[in-house]
Write a protein that binds this ligand. Sequence first.
Ligand code: KG4
Ligand code: ZN
Length: 344
Amino acid sequence: MKSSRKINGPVLGIETSCDETAAAIYDAGRGILAERVYSQIKLHEAYGGVVPELASRDHARRLLPLIREVMNEAGVTGEGLGGVAYTAGPGLMGALMVGAATGHALARGWSVPAIPVHHLEGHLLAPLLDKPAPAYPFLALLVSGGHTMLMRVEGLGRYEILGETLDDAVGEAFDKTALLLGLNYPGGPALEALAVSGRPIAPFPRPMTDRPGLDFSFSGLKTFTMNAVRQSAPYEGREADIARAFQEAVFDTLVIKCRRALKQTGLKRLVIAGGVGANQALRDRMQRLADDEGVTVYFPARHLCTDNAAMIAHVGTLILSASPNGPDFGGSRFFVRPRWGLSQ
Ligand code: KG4
Ligand code: ZN
């Protein structure tokens, strides 16, 4: 049997890897006690994407008040915490530094462990915050703004990457296509809403589905969509039709690869994680796939698909309880790694 460690209280989670400032308190027995996300969308909207320098400054302004709010709501003191978990990477260097420096300093001041957490591990294990939680092992499709991966998940820290994107991530392709269609940043939710009223047109290509393997590529589809926008004559509803054709091509591709991965691995549980997992059309498609294949599919609650701190506090708690001799997470130095592979 694996040894585990008793944790001395709930864990504070901090997330500042990109354009959301988030804090949450998670307790191993009682679940999420308090959570807040402050989105910087308005700040970056005029630029059509995240401006790293503005992001860091805003994290520095918002983070401490958010931490105070969640601690008050959960009724915990710093000394009463089991630890402070912060996102150490991957993400924007300056943005990560704010969360890491703050989390580490608070943990030192309160004499509790500071736990650096991998952002993708947060996404990947977020479905475990819901009931019923998927048992290990499972197949995970991680679809976010920065990553698109198929993974075999055996347990905490035991991940095998089966396939990943060779260029754009799915969320990135959504955001760039949305800009082409005249939608505001971040484009994913806006493109989803527009696609609802789209009518079927000639299908867009399903990239890399005609050859074996589990890797993805979305930059060609993005170019195809750009040409469709530039070369077709304008008509009422054209953008919605294109949005629908683009979304269907992306989700068909994801379904084809997930089906292949389920057959290849024989896994009976499928987890959808990351920001794009909030998309209802994707959820419907994956539910149908799971019914067809006789497997169970798990989606995190929508607000836990996109960036949040509950998923970071949750992984921090798992790491703490898996460290029977007490954590040793870099001692007096905080840890930030903007580029960080999940297998490292
Ligand atoms: O996981 P996440 O919040 O941040 C990263 O770690 O990247 O994912 C953000 C991405 C963005 O590209 C956003 O446009 C996309 O997820 N997204 C969606 C939807 N909600 C968020 N894409 C499609 N449909 C949605 N409903
Ligand atoms: Zn994320």
